[in-house]
Ligand binder design. Structure first.
Ligand SMILES: Cc1cc2nc3c(=O)[nH]c(=O)nc-3n(C[C@H](O)[C@H](O)[C@H](O)COP(=O)(O)OP(=O)(O)OC[C@H]3O[C@@H](n4cnc5c(N)ncnc54)[C@H](O)[C@@H]3O)c2cc1C
Length: 471
């Protein structure tokens, strides 16, 4: 059979764009279909706007706290319209990189429109049928809207609409304390809104090591972010300017009322129009497309990457998986995905960053040997900068090799790659002892852990031997 394209990709977000540029770079004839905006969630409604927004919000927090630094600056009235204009300007600056024009310049045929998958080789797009030897589903995910009585009768925000707000909410009520709710919630609090985050769990950051929550609950308390934990949302009522969320807390009903409501209660995969059942692409019980390690679905010529496959919904993971799709789909070989070295950062202030195994995960797998922690407040640069909240924890496997790391700190996301390198190179906890770190840097925390590790491994009999021979 002769196909119009070697590869048809549905979805032009982080995963789809990576497959498109990689495949066309290898000489494949590529079609890329997008039904909304080139760049996907990350550029338009996710990483980029949220991080641009947080930069302003965290600066506002520093201004409010300026007395800690012996200044007396005051945060004037926040014009949210201006803040969001800056957010949009940042998106506009990055947009050309993901644009139709750029990809067409790379030789990719870009279709904007609503596709319908006809069979496992054929896609209908804009009244035209195109065929591809391989299909790639990279359609991402969308905010999950829980079935809460009354939610459909009030206006609410999601990650798709919150960056269009023009007026700072007086009281922002957030349903869902995952990374999106926490980052945005803390950000709005720093800008001056009252913020309440509602979550059914008894603690937040459930995927991170337990010590993270010990630090972060105090941070949120200092910030004045109100948390309603172990709270079950029962119903929602109200009008546009005042919405009441009825929660059950400790067996009693309580109303939390605010002028804005953000729903950040998880994600659902975008699979509309992909005809998954019809063509036999298997999904899990939450609707996420299942793949093998080559990112191949249950239908041999169809691959999937990114949020639509479920685990680890991050841009870097979409890119990583897409990097496996390209050779496997085109050459038939080219590496398998592995999820033992996945980093993630929650961009709160301070940041919470992680790589590899957490302690509970390593324990569960029977590969945990030990862990080493060091508090940030003992690092000189943390003192000069007054960035005292946080720690570094290294998870050690057999023979003392680093297999995971968690860090809380203002620059944790920037520093965690040191641990990534250590894991990738099979380094031990002692490895950083021989590095020369610039003084004073917060990264010295890695060296302090190594020194402690060496001290700890230095047994009494060794000291006695030295005494006898050398002293
Ligand atoms: C508020 C927020 C903040 C985030 N911050 C971070 C962060 O700091 N770091 C990080 O790593 N990750 C972050 N993420 C997650 C990150 O945005 C996603 O993991 C990433 O965008 C996934 O890429 P993707 O290509 O799988 O999906 P997407 O980027 O969503 O791309 C999928 C594309 O497919 C299109 N599409 C969907 N259905 C169809 C269809 N039927 N036909 C054609 N096109 C279709 C969509 O319109 C979209 O353009 C954040 C997410 C949110 C919501």
């Amino acid at each position: 059979m002769k196909y119009d394209y070697h590869i048809i990709i549905i979805g032009a977000g982080s995963a789809g764009l990576t497959v498109a540029s990689g495949a066309s770079g290898l000489g494949a004839k590529v079609a890329l279909i997008e039904n909304r905006k080139m760049g996907g969630d990350c550029l338009n409604y996710g990483c980029v706007p949220s991080k641009a927004f947080l930069r302003t919000a965290h600066l506002a927090k520093d201004i409010t706290n300026s007395r800690e630094f012996a200044l007396d600056a005051k945060l004037g009235e926040v014009d949210l319209k201006k803040v969001m204009l800056r957010v949009k300007n940042v998106i506009a600056e990055i947009e050309p990189h993901d644009s139709k024009e750029r990809f067409e310049g790379l030789g990719v045929k870009v279709f904007l429109g609503e596709p319908e998958v006809i069979d496992n080789y054929t896609v209908k797009i804009n009244d035209q049928q195109i065929t591809g030897k391989k299909l790639v589903f990279a359609t991402g995910s969308t905010a999950r809207i829980p079935a809460i009585p009354g939610l459909d009768k009030v206006s609410f925000l999601t990650n798709q609409t919150i960056f269009d707000l023009e007026k700072l909410p007086e009281h922002l009520v957030i349903i869902g304390g995952g990374p999106i709710g926490l980052e945005l919630g803390q950000g709005f609090r720093h800008l001056g809104s009252k913020v309440t985050i509602i979550d059914q769990n008894d603690h937040l950051f459930p995927k991170d090591d337990a010590e993270v929550w010990d630090v972060m609950k105090q941070v949120f308390a200092k910030d004045g972010v109100e948390l309603c934990l172990e709270c079950k949302v029962k119903s929602i009522s109200g009008k546009d300017d005042l919405k009441s969320v009825i929660v059950e807390m400790n067996g009693e009903d309580k109303a939390i009322s605010g002028d804005a409501l953000l729903v950040s209660a998880g994600r659902i995969p975008n699979t509309k129009g992909l005809s998954l059942e019809k063509i036999g692409v298997e999904t899990n019980n939450r609707g996420y497309i299942q793949t093998n390690k080559k990112m191949q679905t249950s239908v041999k010529n169809i691959f999937a990457a990114g949020d639509v496959t479920g685990p680890f919904q991050f841009t870097h993971m979409a890119g990583y998986q897409a990097g496996k799709v390209v050779p496997n789909a085109i050459l038939g070989f080219g590496g398998k995905s592995s999820y033992t070295m996945v980093p993630w950062t929650t961009y709160t202030k301070p940041e919470v960053a992680h790589i590899g195994y957490t302690q509970p995960w390593a324990e569960q797998l029977g590969i945990y040997r030990d862990s080493m922690s060091f508090p940030l407040e003992e690092i000189d640069r943390a003192k000069t900068d007054n960035d005292r909240d946080g720690f570094l924890k290294l998870i050690l496997g057999k023979k003392g090799k680093i297999i995971g790391a968690t860090m809380v700190g203002e620059k944790a996301g920037e520093m965690i790659p040191l641990a990534s390198l250590a894991i990738a190179k099979g380094m031990k906890a002692s490895a950083f002892a021989s590095f020369i770190f610039s003084y004073p840097t917060q990264a010295e925390i890695f060296q302090r852990i190594s020194f402690n590790y060496l001290k700890r491994s230095f047994k009494d009999w060794m000291k006695n031997l030295i005494k006898k021979i050398f002293l």
